[in-house]
Design a protein around this ligand. Structure first.
Ligand code: CAO
Length: 243
């Protein structure tokens, strides 16, 4: 592809040159590689998390006594792990020989963590076998290690799927870049109260924006629609997380 021409910005005003960190350089190369190799499609949905939020708030103090800061994130990891088990195409990678697809029997989920040194993606191993408390503890521990630059290489390897949650920061939606060799990534934005028609009247409901990007070489629109609808159903009715 044609290179972007060099520009001397100091001709236009004061500037400051800062060296990229090692993490910034890895992210730069990985994002370019993924963006250029993968035909991306992003699909959007909104989950009604009114009941999930009521339950989470009810459990917050109980969880705190167990040393857990209960945010919506571990519920999303739990729901994603179940959806990945039910929709094998999402728990897969295209083989580098171009002839095969590799289905994974394990469910490891990467969590995008925003740190002062750049973007890190620690991995929660066997997320499908862990409780919401365990997922919360592990996400908090790994995010802390990422921020303190204490993650070991094996704590950043082997993800099947990534969740990028910007819910604590803001925004209504975004188009995350698939982290190859994974074939999909879930972007989560900030939940907000919105009016929803219940057949008789508008009701205030807490709606969570979900943005699912996928590799269209491995996944079709119909597959993505079914996966996102499953995920939405799990988050909208958390009793289903038990089934
Ligand atoms: N909607 C509304 N509120 C939300 C929310 C959502 N989707 N998700 C989290 N929140 C709330 C939490 O409940 C918490 O509020 P309280 O303190 O009142 O309980 C607050 O936002 C802050 O949450 P948090 O960010 O501390 O915790 P988290 O579990 O949501 O996320 C982590 C942890 C590590 C994922 C997050 O800190 C982070 O780094 N996010 C950025 C990820 C990123 O950079 N993605 C982009 C990658 S692609 O370039």
């Amino acid at each position: 592809i044609p290179a972007i021409p060099a520009v001397d910005f100091s001709k236009f005003g004061e500037t400051e040159m800062v060296k990229l960190s090692k993490v910034d350089k890895i992210t730069r190369d990985n994002m370019s590689r993924c963006w250029l190799n993968i035909p991306h499609v992003t699909q959007f949905d909104e989950a009604d998390i009114t009941e999930l939020e009521a339950f989470r708030k009810e459990m917050k103090d109980v969880a705190a006594k167990e040393g857990v800061k209960l945010t919506p994130l571990p519920f999303m990891i739990k729901a994603a792990a179940i959806a990945l088990k039910r929709h094998q195409k999402f728990n897969a990678s295209l083989h580098h020989d171009g002839e095969h697809i590799v289905y994974k029997k394990y469910v490891n989920i990467g969590i995008a963590v925003d740190t002062p040194n750049g973007l890190m993606v620690p991995v929660i191993k066997d997320a499908d076998k862990k409780s919401v408390y365990e997922l919360s503890r592990e996400a908090t521990e790994l995010a802390g290690k990422a921020k303190d630059r204490k993650l070991k290489p094996n704590e950043m390897q082997g993800a099947c799927f990534t969740i990028s949650s910007l819910g604590g920061i803001g925004g209504t939606g975004f188009t995350p870049i698939v982290n190859a060799p994974e074939v999909a990534i879930l972007g989560v934005s900030k939940a907000d109260i919105k009016p929803r028609w219940n057949g008789k009247e508008f009701e205030p409901r807490m709606m969570l924006p979900l943005c699912l990007s996928y590799d269209h070489r491995a996944i079709n629109g119909g597959d993505a629609g079914r996966f996102l609808t499953e995920l939405n159903g799990l988050l909208s009715d958390i009793r289903r997380l038990l089934l």
